[in-house]
Design a protein around this ligand. Structure first.
Ligand code: PMP
Length: 288
C-alpha cells in the first residue's frame, strides 16, 4: 500500500514520522475521514473546509492549499487502485521539543492513508444496533471544543472502552449538562411525533458531514428537522433513533440502555434515510 507523506507517495513500511512530532506526543493535530464511492470522493470539499476550520481553531497554519490537499487525497486513491474505500487524512503539528509549546514545532505533516473500509456487520443495518449511554462525559465545549476534529480522541476512546466492555459496539456520550452530545465516532438523531431531532453542536456534537447530509435529505423530503438538547429520557422514548458517520453511514438503533426503540426494528424514517443516502453518495462526489 502507498501512503502519502511529506509530499510524496511512499510504501507503507517507509511511511514514518518523527517521534518528536507533537501529533504523537500530544495528539496535537487534526484529521478527516473521507469515503470513496465508485471512483468519486464523497463531499471532499466539505471535508477540506472542516479541516481548515479545525486548523484555524488550533492555530495550525496549513502550508498547503485546498487544491494541493485534494490532489494528495486523489493521488493516494489512484496509487492504490481504490475505487471504493476510506481515506484517513491527518495533519500533525510537526516536529517539536518535549515541551508542549506548539510554536516551537516545525514541519507539520500531511498524511493520507487510503484503504478498504470495514463497516458494521450487515445484520446491524437490517436489524438495528443496541447501544448504551456511558458514564464518561463528552469533553466540554469550554475545555476542548468537540467541533475540532483533533487527533486527541482519548475522551472518545474511554467511552468506547466502556461500551465494548459491556458488550456494545457504540456508546452515547452525554455532556456535563446531562444532555446528549454524540456517540464516540458518530452523530445521533431521534424521531418523535414526526419530527427529527439531533443535538446542536453547542451540546458537544461534531458538525458531521453525514449529519449535514441527513439535514439536506430531510429538507428535500419536506420532513421537519430540528437541533435540540436531548435527555436520556428523550432517547429512551424515541420512536426511532439512528446514528450517522462517514464510515458507518446511517445506522438504525434498536435498543438504548435496555429500552426497545419503537418496536425494536428500524423505523420508516430511518430506512428512508439509509436508502436515500446510498443513492446520494455516488452523486455528489469529486471524480478521481
Ligand atoms: N462524531 C465524532 C466524534 C466523530 O469522530 C465523527 C466522525 N467519525 C462523527 C461524529 C461523524 O462525522 P462525519 O459524518 O463527518 O463522519
Amino acid at each position: 500500500m502507498k501512503v502519502f507523506l511529506d509530499g510524496k507517495l511512499v510504501d507503507q513500511e517507509e511511511a514514518r514520522i518523527s517521534v518528536f512530532d507533537h501529533g504523537l506526543l500530544y495528539g496535537d493535530g487534526i484529521f478527516e475521514g473521507i469515503r470513496i464511492y465508485s471512483n468519486c470522493v464523497f463531499k471532499l470539499d466539505a471535508h477540506l473546509e472542516r479541516l481548515e476550520r479545525s486548523a484555524r481553531a488550533i492555530l495550525l497554519e496549513l502550508p498547503w492549499s485546498r487544491q494541493e490537499i485534494a490532489d494528495a487525497v486523489c493521488d493516494t486513491c489512484r496509487a492504490n487502485n481504490l475505487t471504493d474505500g476510506y481515506v484517513r487524512l491527518v495533519v500533525t503539528r510537526g516536529r517539536g521539543t518535549l515541551g508542549l509549546n506548539p510554536y516551537q514545532c516545525s514541519n507539520p505533516q500531511l498524511i493520507v492513508i487510503a484503504d478498504k473500509i470495514q463497516l458494521y456487520p450487515e445484520e446491524i443495518y437490517s436489524l438495528g444496533m443496541k447501544i448504551m449511554t456511558v458514564p464518561t462525559q463528552r469533553i466540554g465545549t469550554g475545555s476542548m471544543p468537540p467541533a475540532i476534529k483533533s487527533l486527541n480522541y482519548l475522551n472518545n476512546v474511554l467511552a468506547k472502552i466502556e461500551a465494548v466492555n459491556a458488550g456494545f459496539m457504540e456508546a452515547i456520550m452525554m455532556n456535563n449538562q446531562g444532555t446528549v452530545a454524540e456517540c464516540t465516532g458518530d452523530n445521533i438523531f431521534i424521531v418523535q411525533k414526526g419530527v427529527i431531532y439531533t443535538p446542536p453542536t453547542s451540546a458537544g456534537a461534531l458538525e458531521g458531514i453525514t449529519r449535514n447530509v441527513v439535514v439536506e435529505m430531510a429538507e428535500e423530503a419536506g420532513l421537519k428537522i430540528e437541533e435540540r438538547n436531548l435527555t436520556r429520557y428523550d432517547l429512551w422514548v424515541a420512536q426511532e433513533c439512528f446514528l450517522t458517520g462517514t464510515a458507518a453511514e446511517v445506522v438504525p438503533i434498536s435498543e438504548i440502555d435496555g429500552r426497545k426503540i419503537g418496536d425494536g426494528a428500524p423505523g420508516p424514517v430511518t430506512v428512508g434515510f439509509m436508502e436515500n443516502y446510498k443513492k446520494k453518495v455516488t452523486r455528489d462526489g469529486t471524480f478521481l
